[in-house]
Design a protein around this ligand. Structure first.
Ligand SMILES: [Zn+2]
Length: 271
């Protein structure tokens, strides 16, 4: 089946997509935002295929994970949708992908980007790895790196670009909007954004041999902590074996296996 020996994995979220500033848009203009997410991803696929022949695996990572319009997705792509599923936002990277993109991403909670959160805006207020607060992009990059898939391209608001400067120093970035508040941004026109995504996706695969390092300090033992909004959520999470109770709203978990840490954090967002 594999027609090409080069494979690109694309994790698609919605908060960093062109024009998206509020979760209310998912009800008020559902069709439009689903199309915008699909088209931002299509631009990345066009960029890859302009540079080289490739297999493309797209992961629908947002909410119920059934946002991307399959009929409107680039016909060269395979879509992973629905859940729960193993490896969540990075499901599809565990195969033979050579490089990964995170399209439509957002900042970690507390960093000040549009719709900032980590895994669950309703339960989690902070996640740290070895003391450093992290968001989904860092966690996905860590999980992808476990499968030897470097993060070559990220798109989202200007605050996320700032958050990732030292963590993913060589990863290419496309700014889709300038943050004005948690639910407000100065949005670039989608056509202009997609031109940039296409160009940066092409440049990313062209320069893959130079590498895309992740400076997260997770090469050995990792201690993860989760602070919840409510103490009773921590009460439930603390019932699991090997979970450490740090304070009324905070739990900890330790492992030498980065994929186990990733899976634990995903599970702990759903208690
Ligand atoms: Zn999302």
């Amino acid at each position: 089946m594999n027609m090409s020996d080069f494979e690109v994995f694309i994790c698609g979220d919605i908060e960093g997509v062109s024009g998206f500033v509020d979760w209310a848009q998912e009800d008020e203009e559902s069709e439009r935002v689903r199309r915008a997410m699909t088209e931002d991803i299509n631009a990345a696929i066009r960029g890859v295929l302009s540079e080289r022949k490739a297999e493309i695996v797209v992961n629908d990572s947002h909410g119920g994970k059934r946002n991307i319009i399959l009929e409107e997705l680039h016909p060269k792509a395979t879509l992973v949708r629905g859940g729960p599923r193993p490896h969540g936002m990075i499901s599809g990277a565990e195969g033979s992908a050579d490089i990964g993109f995170q399209i439509g991403a957002h900042t970690r909670p507390g960093y000040g980007g549009v719709l900032e959160h980590v895994f669950s805006s309703s339960t989690m207020s902070e996640v740290t790895l070895n003391g450093q607060p992290v968001g989904e992009v860092e966690l996905n990059a860590m999980g992808m790196e476990y499968f030897d898939v470097p993060t070559g391209l990220v798109t989202g608001d200007d605050r996320l670009e700032d958050e990732l400067t030292e963590l993913l120093p060589r990863t290419k970035y496309v700014v889709t909007k300038e943050c004005r508040g948690m639910r407000s941004a100065a949005c670039r026109h989608p056509e202009a954004v997609r031109e940039d995504i296409e160009a940066q996706a092409a440049a990313t695969v062209a320069e893959i041999e130079n590498g895309y390092p992740l400076n997260l300090g997770v090469d050995e033992d990792v201690r993860a902590t989760i602070r919840y909004h409510q103490a009773d959520t921590a009460d439930k999470a603390a019932l699991w074996p090997e979970v450490e109770r740090i304070d009324s709203r905070t739990i900890g978990y330790q492992s030498t296996d980065n994929l186990e840490i990733y899976s634990f954090l995903r599970a702990a967002s759903k208690v």
